[in-house]
Every structure is written in structure tokens, then in C-alpha cells.
Design a protein around this ligand. Structure first.
Ligand SMILES: C[S@@+](CC[C@H](N)C(=O)[O-])C[C@H]1O[C@@H](n2cnc3c(N)ncnc32)[C@H](O)[C@@H]1O
Length: 554
């Protein structure tokens, strides 16, 4: 799974300039061409033109001269066919202002998908116009995503029989979030509770309160005052959040619940699958271990994501005349045979060898087809084969993106600081508010990186598949990076790290950029199954084969 870049930290330095730009620097993760303003209690991001006028650089030769780097014109490549349009369906560029609620002007991303013929890189995306440094090249919504689950399975009794049975109590020790858009549904009291739990104390500090509680966007879950929705197994709290009465899945709105049902059939199906997954993937030898009581390994993220994608495809297959033709999954890399190299799925001993392992998703496929969806034998389901499930899991592993969506803390903190503008940051009221915040968090003073600590408690971590982003190749010297979208969850921004000329390939880094060449290549081979052919690796390879010790960090 590729990782989204994290945000910078927050601190509260009274000497800082009080300007909006400075505040946004403090809030972290926001590029300078975003302006913030408050409008009807919504945080609005205004994407202003970049630092350089793009029209100046439209000419390729001039761009080459100005930027002083090759544009990859010389690589042998050809445009891909029209089917590539399916890759663009979730991706857009905001032309003017953008809010999660208003109608915004959107444009097609300035990219073209090409096929590289002179090496094994396959497809890649190329800038169709000049892209200035810092520009959000495009934003993309996940075609399928799931919260990273930390499923702690607790058998009712400590026996192997319980582990094999389906009557497990599954505790999802994860951040409460809408299961469709992954907006955090956590309340600030979670911060207090967490702090006190680590101190080994009970949650009983009624005097702890947060300044401006109305700014915290999520209020405590309070389903006592719930009204049942007619003809639906969901209940609604007074803030409009929904909970399925059967599987307890949470949604932030009716439209998110409806989208989830449209995508997967029902939220209960998804939850049943999640609860069953760890048992279906359990190593054979684990079942024979008498000492092994109640320990079940959480399923690997690509398996969870690939299984969800399979459910989504079954739905697509049933509603599109029993066909998967033209679907975007056919356009992204990953095949069933990758499963062995990626070591994903249930590990079983090979029939012929004694110590050789192989990986399979057969029990998972049987469960989905027979027990969960009851579709085996009722119609022609040859397309929905084990091979398809295994290829989807491989695609999830080779193209998936992990990201931390926005916690309610950032808008809250921004609002908190803005309110203090009335009294000024030097005012007593501001100091009081800050102190209150510090107390709630169980700290002595605000500190840089505090937002990350808060995020860990209240921001959901998700993994998703983004069809257009899955066309981005890796480079050890990338010209773009992924950032989690600030205003809408389950979205990523692809941002230019430097000026990118028209015709230049847009590349991101799949792995930590500080790793040395040996580590990078090992990780890329193990996790993504390729030998890196980016310019830096080719150059470093050449240098080391010439015996140079100055370049290359092997
Ligand atoms: C997310 S996909 C990128 C799109 C891919 N090229 C395609 O045709 O679908 C990742 C795969 O692209 C290939 N790839 C990406 N970057 C590469 C690089 N720097 N060198 C060689 N192959 C690369 C590898 O096969 C990798 O598993």
C-alpha cells in the first residue's frame, strides 16, 4: 500500500504572526496556494492560481530550457486507448472555489495515460500541460475504500471450538467513522477518556471541558433519543447520524448510507465479511496449536480491500447485465499469480513439498459465494471466480493507498484560534482557552506534533483504490506526492513537488524517500514486484557499475 504524506505539526507560539497564512502554516499540511475563509460555518478552501502563470510555459522547448530537465519526450511510448476514460471518472480539478457542500466548477485532470514500450514500466501518466510547483494536479475520490480494521476477536470461551465457530464477539477498536465517506464521528471526550485510560484512571472528571464545544463538529453519540426510520433497520440520532440496528455500522448521513447500500448491497454484508475474515484466513497450523487461545491475526489490508472490491463487482455484475466489461479494474495492474509472491491470503502447505507454502483465498471465495451472497449455482457466475478474487487482492496490494483522513481536530482548532482573534492571541481569554485545551489533552503545554497525537485517536485510517492514481509510476526522485484531502474524506490530492513540464511523466514515491538505494529497491521488489527503472536508479546503477563510490548509497 502506498502511503499518503503526513501533515506537519501544530504548536502555539504567541510570537508568531497572526495572519491567516501563518495560522495555516501552524495547522499544517496545507499548501500555500490554499486560502481559508469561514463561510456559514464551513471551512472553505480557495484554490488560487499557482506562483507562475501556466501560459508562459505551455511551449515545450521553452519549458525544457526554463526547467532545465528532460521531459521524457524521447522515451518510446504511445497513447492508450479510449477505455482510459473510465480511469478518470472519480478524478477532478477544482477550478475556482471548492467546498464539500457547494456546487463547484470541476475540470478534467491535465494528464494523459501513455504506455511505455521501451521498458517494463507498463502505463504511466504524463502532464498534458505545465504544472507549477505546489499545484494540486487533481483530486480523486476512492472507488472503493475501507477503514483499517483492528479486529480483536474475543472468543466467548478460551477454546479452539469457539475460534472455529461464528459466534465470536468482534470488538472494533477503531475510530468511529462514517462507513461510506470515513468522516470521523468521534467526539472530543474520546481524547479525555484515552488520556485517563493510559493513566489507569476511570473516566470521571466532569470539570474537564473544552473551550467552544460548539466548534467541535461531532457531538457525543446519543442514541437514547433515537427515532426509528420507517421500513429501515436504521435509527437516527438528533444530529442526523445513522446507525444500522443490526450490524451497528455508522453513517454520517442518509445519502452516505444509501451510497453504501448501492455499492455493496447492505452494510450488514460488509460487517459479516469483516467479522469472518480472520477465521477464513487463519493458518492451518494455528488450528492445531493447543496453546493458542483467542489469538487471531488481523487480515492483511489488501485482502480486506480486495474482498470489498469483489462484493462491489458482484453488485456491478448483477446490475449491468451480468458483465464486467469496461470496468476500471481491468485497467490496473495485478494478477492472481501475484498472490504467491506477495504472500497474501491463507497460508497452506503445498501438497507435494514438506516445507513449501502456498497462498490461497479459496475458503474466502467459498464463504462469499455460498454463505454470504448465496449466489453459487443460482446463475452463471463463472466470471466471479476465485481467480477474479485473487487478482483483486493483488490489485489492491499493488495499487492501494493508505491515508489518514481528517480528524475533527483541525477545523476545531482553526475555529478556536479564529474566535480568539476577537480578543487577540495575546489576550487572557486566548491563554485560558489554550490552557483548557491542554488540560483536556492531559498535557502541560501545546506542542508541535500534537495534531498527530490527536489524529491517532480521532482520525480514521483508511486504505483505498484510486483508479487514476493507480496509473502513477514510482520514482525515487518523484515530482509529485499524495496528500490526504483536507476537506472531504476518502479523497486524495496529487500535488506537484516541483514545476512539471508539459509532456513530463508524473511520478510519486511508493516508499520512504530517505531509505538508501538498496532498501528502496528491496521494498519495491517485495511489495510491488518490480525492479525500479526510474532515472535515479538507472543513473545510480550506471555509476556503481562504473565503480564510482560518490553516487549511490548502497
Ligand atoms: C501503481 S502501478 C503503476 C501503473 C503501472 N505502470 C501500470 O501499467 O498499470 C505499479 C506498478 O507499475 C510498475 N512500476 C511503477 N513504477 C515503476 C518503476 N519506477 N520501474 C519499473 N516499474 C514500475 C510496477 O509493475 C508496479 O507494480
Amino acid at each position: 500500500m502506498m502511503m499518503c504524506n503526513g501533515d506537519r505539526g501544530i504548536d502555539d507560539d504567541d510570537d508568531e504572526d497572526d495572519s491567516e497564512a501563518c495560522l495555516m502554516e501552524l495547522l499544517g499540511g496545507i499548501t500555500i496556494h490554499h486560502e481559508w475563509r469561514e463561510e456559514d460555518n464551513n471551512i472553505v478552501a480557495k484554490v488560487t492560481p499557482g506562483l507562475v502563470d501556466p501560459s508562459t510555459y505551455m511551449d515545450l522547448k521553452k519549458a525544457k530550457r526554463e526547467l532545465g530537465r528532460p521531459t521524457f519526450r524521447d522515451t518510446i511510448r504511445e497513447p492508450c486507448d479510449n477505455n482510459d476514460e473510465v480511469l478518470f471518472q472519480n478524478a477532478f480539478v477544482c477550478s475556482e472555489s471548492f467546498t464539500s457542500t457547494s456546487n463547484h466548477k470541476i475540470q478534467r485532470p491535465p494528464l494523459q495515460i501513455v504506455h511505455f514500450k521501451d521498458n517494463d514500466r507498463g502505463n504511466g501518466s504524463v502532464a498534458s500541460r505545465f504544472l507549477p510547483k505546489g499545484q494540486v494536479i487533481y483530486t480523486e475520490r476512492a472507488a472503493v475504500a475501507t477503514q483499517q480494521l483492528l479486529l480483536l476477536l474475543q472468543p466467548t470461551k478460551n477454546s479452539r471450538e469457539d475460534l472455529k465457530s461464528s459466534n465470536l464477539t468482534a470488538i472494533q477498536d477503531t475510530v468511529q467513522a462514517c462507513q461510506q465517506c470515513f468522516r470521523s464521528l468521534e467526539h472530543w471526550t474520546k481524547l479525555v477518556r484515552q488520556q485517563q485510560t493510559t493513566d489507569g484512571q476511570e473516566f470521571a472528571q466532569p470539570s474537564t471541558s473544552i473551550p467552544y464545544p460548539e466548534l467541535w463538529p461531532v457531538l457525543p453519540l446519543d442514541f437514547d433519543i433515537i427515532q426509528d426510520v420507517p421500513n429501515a433497520a436504521i435509527r437516527v440520532d438528533k444530529y442526523g447520524r445513522l446507525q444500522c440496528t443490526t450490524c451497528q455500522s455508522l453513517f454520517c448521513s442518509k445519502s452516505c448510507h444509501q451510497q453504501h447500500v448501492d455499492q455493496f448491497g447492505s452494510c450488514c454484508l460488509v460487517q459479516r465479511l469483516f467479522h469472518r475474515l480472520p477465521l477464513l484466513l487463519r493458518d492451518e497450523h494455528d488450528n492445531d496449536d493447543d496453546d493458542d487461545e483467542g489469538v487471531v491475526t488481523p487480515p492483511q489490508s489488501p485482502v480486506v480491500l480486495g474482498s470489498l472490491l469483489f462484493l462491489q463487482l458482484v453488485r456491478h455484475y448483477q446490475t449491468h447485465g451480468h458483465s464486467l466489461q469496461g470496468h476500471w479494474i481491468h485497467r490496473i495492474c495485478g494478477t492472481a499469480s501475484d498472490l504467491q509472491k506477495l504472500e497474501l491470503g491463507k497460508r497452506v502447505q503445498k501438497q507435494d513439498g514438506q516445507s513449501q507454502w502456498q497462498y490461497t483465498l479459496q475458503p474466502l471465495h467459498d464463504y462469499i459465494m455460498n454463505d454470504l451472497l448465496h449466489i453459487n449455482g443460482t446463475q452463471d457466475t463463472s466470471i466471479l471466480s476465485l481467480d477474479l478474487l485473487e487478482s483483486l487482492v493483488a490489485k489492491a496490494a499493488r495499487n492501494g493507498v493508505s491515508l489518514l483522513t481528517q480528524s475533527p481536530f483541525k477545523p476545531y482548532y482553526a475555529g478556536l484560534l479564529r474566535k480568539t482573534n476577537y480578543g487577540g492571541r495575546q489576550s487572557e481569554a486566548h491563554h485560558r482557552n489554550m490552557q483548557q485545551l491542554v488540560t483536556v489533552l492531559g498535557q502541560e503545554s501545546l506542542y508541535r506534533g500534537m495534531d498527530r497525537d490527536v489524529d491517532a485517536m480521532v482520525a480514521p485510517e483508511i486504505t483505498g483504490l484510486f483508479p487514476l492514481t493507480s496509473q502513477c509510476n514510482h520514482s525515487c526522485e518523484p515530482n509529485a506526492q499524495l496528500q490526504s484531502q483536507e476537506f472531504v474524506d476518502a479523497h486524495v490530492d496529487v500535488v506537484a513537488l516541483r514545476d512539471i513540464a508539459a509532456g513530463e511523466e508524473v511520478c510519486i514515491s511508493y516508499v520512504g524517500r530517505r531509505n538508501n538505494r538498496f532498501q528502496r529497491r528491496k521494498e519495491l521488489r517485495g511489495r510491488y514486484l518490480f525492479d525500479c527503472q526510474c532515472e535515479r536508479c538507472v543513473k545510480e546503477g550506471l555509476e556503481s557499475s562504473r565503480g564510482s563510490s560518490s553516487i549511490g548509497d548502497v
